[in-house]
Design a protein around this ligand. Structure first.
Ligand SMILES: Nc1nc2c(ncn2[C@@H]2O[C@H](COP(=O)(O)OP(=O)(O)OP(=O)(O)O)[C@@H](O)[C@H]2O)c(=O)[nH]1
Ligand SMILES: [Mg+2]
Length: 451
């Protein structure tokens, strides 16, 4: 999951609280200390950590307990609220374009992820039914246009550009004009991150901005730089009117907490986060949901949204949540499940959104790639209907027959069956109520969080 270690440490701190006998001042202080430690390890700025812990501590000690709420619940709520605020829950953000022909200018330093994020954003809007257009106005990076075009072409996202044109301002102007004439809903302009000198980069960015007059300037920041994000964001904000921020590479970054809190501290809303190299690895950033996931409280809404999105993309009417959760599912279900999950992103990432899964996901839940899916399909084609409906009957002899019939080896067939029983066992163990109870405002407590 995104920010694995921070999430583990924070949910560990909360678990300690819920397991404790009495809640007194020293316990609260210990909780605050644990949270401080977790944040500092994630490269959050010391001053920010200090401010946050002070407000958690004083609220936890001084606030009157609302009726019907236990002291522990109240403290968890405070931690949740304060951390959400810390991640920018007070800033207003609208993820969908608020006007037709909206022009978004992407800026950021070299390698921050502008080009990748441009494609991801275009895909995000395209999936939601918007007509998108992408403009490549990076004339500095060798092969910049090719990179952008290649990333977008898989999904038929139209890209405007010219690898031989050296004038980025002209490209930006013509590209925006081109897509406006095509009545695009949203036009995203990718710019250069490298330049001979920093001043040149800022000048070019300002000139492009003045020429195309974007509705929104989006700053892309590399999440692996941690609290340095603040200085970088301030630098850009001084030169241009930064309307939103996207923090990338939060997958596997140990400093992600620092980057997010630093970006939030600039006051510009963080609208999206990048969670991988694939075109679908982008998530709208909602501090409340994010923090609830970070704390191991689960984020069912995001999960359901993703499920909905994937099933809308193609019709997976076969998918029956109750059937899956009860563990009574067959190889057909597994296949459509895996197919859907592969559209949503790594399985582990998806599962981490289920309340209670938190950081305690089984590490052997492997990611199933496209290639493997194809192989699984071929193997399944060589199975009888009975075998697909009831994989239990597949013994050694049948495995041999299936592998021969599908031109795969026996290990492949066994892998498919292992995958099946692992997922089945895992889903069976999930409590249905865990999924249903998440509708309220306060996130549900995972198991082991006795109140
Ligand atoms: N793991 C991971 N990698 C990312 C993410 N976003 C971007 N990258 C990778 O970061 C590298 C740089 O991304 P680009 O999109 O080319 O960055 P850029 O800002 O356009 O770079 P310049 O054009 O040189 O300024 C690429 O290898 C991307 O695949 C992310 O969210 N997660
Ligand atoms: Mg680029």
């Amino acid at each position: 999951m995104v920010l694995d270690s921070l999430s583990g440490a924070l949910s560990g701190a909360l678990r300690k609280l819920t397991k404790a006998g009495v809640v007194d001042e020293s316990l609260i202080k210990e909780l605050v200390k644990d949270i401080q430690k977790a944040l500092l390890l994630s490269d959050v700025n010391v001053k920010l950590v200090f401010e946050l812990s002070k407000s958690i501590e004083s609220r936890a000690l001084e606030e009157k307990l609302p009726k019907g709420v236990s002291r522990k619940e109240h403290i968890i709520k405070i931690v949740y609220e304060e951390l959400s605020r810390f991640m920018g829950s007070d800033t207003k953000k609208e993820h969908l374009p608020d006007k037709k022909g909206k022009v978004v200018l992407m800026i950021g330093i070299q390698g921050s992820g502008k080009t990748t994020t441009t494609g991801k954003l275009a895909r995000f809007y395209q999936k939601r039914g918007f007509k998108v257009g992408v403009v490549g106005a990076d004339t500095w990076r060798p092969g910049a246009f090719e990179q952008l075009k290649q990333f977008c072409s898989e999904n038929n996202i139209p890209v405007f550009g010219d690898p031989n044109e050296k004038n980025s301002i002209k490209l930006a102007r013509e590209g925006v004009k081109f897509f406006k004439e095509k009545a695009s809903d949203i036009i995203i302009v990718d710019t250069a991150g490298r330049h001979r000198e920093e001043k040149g980069l800022i000048d070019e960015m300002t000139e492009i901005s003045n020429t195309i007059n974007p509705d929104e300037v989006t700053l892309v920041i590399d999440g692996t730089i941690g609290q340095q994000a603040f200085v970088q964001a301030e630098g850009f904000a001084n030169a241009t009117d930064v309307g939103s921020i996207i923090v990338t590479k939060l997958d596997g970054s140990a400093k992600g907490g620092g980057a997010l809190s630093a970006a939030a501290a600039t006051g510009a809303p963080i609208k999206f986060i990048g969670t991988g190299e694939r075109i679908d690895s982008i998530e709208p950033f909602d501090p409340k949901r994010f923090v609830s996931r970070l704390l191991g409280l689960g984020d069912l809404e995001t999960l359901l949204e993703k499920v909905k999105e994937a099933s809308e993309a193609e019709d997976y009417s076969k998918l029956d949540k109750d059937k899956i959760l009860s563990g009574k599912f067959d190889l057909f279900d597994m296949y459509s499940q895996l197919e859907m999950v592969s559209k949503m992103g790594p399985l582990k990432q998806v599962l981490s959104m289920i309340p209670g899964m938190g950081a305690n996901l089984p590490t052997d839940m492997v990611e199933v790639g496209e290639e493997k899916l194809t192989k699984f399909r071929i193997i399944m084609d060589s199975m009888t209907m009975q075998e697909k409906k009831n994989p239990k009957i597949i013994n050694h002899e049948r495995i041999r027959r299936i592998s021969r019939g599908s031109g795969t080896n026996q290990g492949d067939v066994k892998e498919l069956l292992n995958q099946y029983s692992m997922i089945k066992k895992f889903l069976k163990g999930m409590n249905k109520r865990q999924l249903r109870g998440m509708k309220g405002k306060m996130p549900m407590m995972p198991p082991g969080f006795e109140m």
